[in-house]
Design a protein around this ligand. Sequence first.
Ligand SMILES: Cc1ncc(COP(=O)(O)O)c(C=O)c1O
Length: 397
Amino acid sequence: MEYTRFMADRVKTMKGSAIREMFKRMADPEIISLAGGNPASELFPGEELSKIAGKVLMTSPTLALQYGTTDGYPKMKECARSRAQKVNSVGENDEILIVTGANQGIDLSAKAILNKGDKIVVESPSFIGSLNAFRTYEAQLVGVKIEDDGMSMEELEKVLKADPGIKVIYTIPTFQNPTGTTMSAEKRKRMLELASKYDVLIIEDNPYGDLRFSGEDVPTLKSLDTEDRVIYVGSFSKILSPGMRLGYVVAPAPIAEKIEMLKQVNDVHTPMLTQLMCVEFMKKYDIDAYIAKNRELYGKKCAKMVESMEKYFPAGKVKWVVPEGGIFLWCECPTITDIAPVVNRCLEKKVAIVPGSNFAIDINAPSNMFRLNYSSATLEKLEEGIKRLGEVLTEML
Ligand SMILES: Cc1ncc(COP(=O)(O)O)c(C=O)c1O
């Protein structure tokens, strides 16, 4: 049976993430993945969380297993508030909502704001999950190039000036996915000035902000916002566990109210069991000490990746900027136009990387860039993966 005619126009042309497709092929244990965005599982507090899960189910079975409120379990909201307050990202007029991962927070924020055909500014390149969410609302993506210190403010002003229809800017200012870059404090202030001048909202997506391993912290856009223009989306995925699906949205009350209604339609509430587990974990253990361990490990892994790239990549053929935190490293190959054959050859050599086209506004345009992840593989596998990639690059560039 042919099903296309039954499908909504907005999903007909959608393409799944190549990363997810790659995951399906990664059942092969010999493949070294530098492709995903998984945090380091070797540090997951499995034992602590298994005891907590047992305790929660034993002592509070009704709370853990019954329906909960859509905005989140109150103690979990306090945990999220404490994380957001750490970076001064809760304003007087804001509400906090617990969401099922930052992904849901971004999706529902977009759903609350965007009509079909509305324009949204995004960094070019940007996180495919968010781009796909905006695409499902049939929004028009307006890409603004990203530089080593974040989105180009000249280009941003140009697009905002040219198009009064733009409603919102979506940005990942800290350790951006996929480029690993961080927007400077000056640019953050400028972005807020431009948002004010052209009367647009900002969605600030900050899942990696806690993962700095070198350099100085930069204030969040939300902390600099004096006009309640920023919707701040945080996550516990990269600081505790992505499988627990815990994120939060800090938004001006009228927007938060709409997001809450949309969430009710979407999944009623985020699972109570993982909310309760997170609350207990944060009560019993020092989450900042746990995050510090992750930061230290990511610093080591990033250094190992960079050292291996310097050793195994063909000299002068690949450009990259060393990140100060987060989990991604972005590479450009100026001597070619399309990285796709390299990515395919890499899979034959049993190493997985993601082509830059995945993060582009136009996913069909060829890209000479690729994204590497250093958080999930072990130090040994990182070196071996980069060695294999270096062999392919030497052969093909
Ligand atoms: C920039 C960005 N935003 C949001 C997410 C989604 O995070 P969560 O697991 O909290 O849904 C990711 C996940 O990789 C991401 O890279």
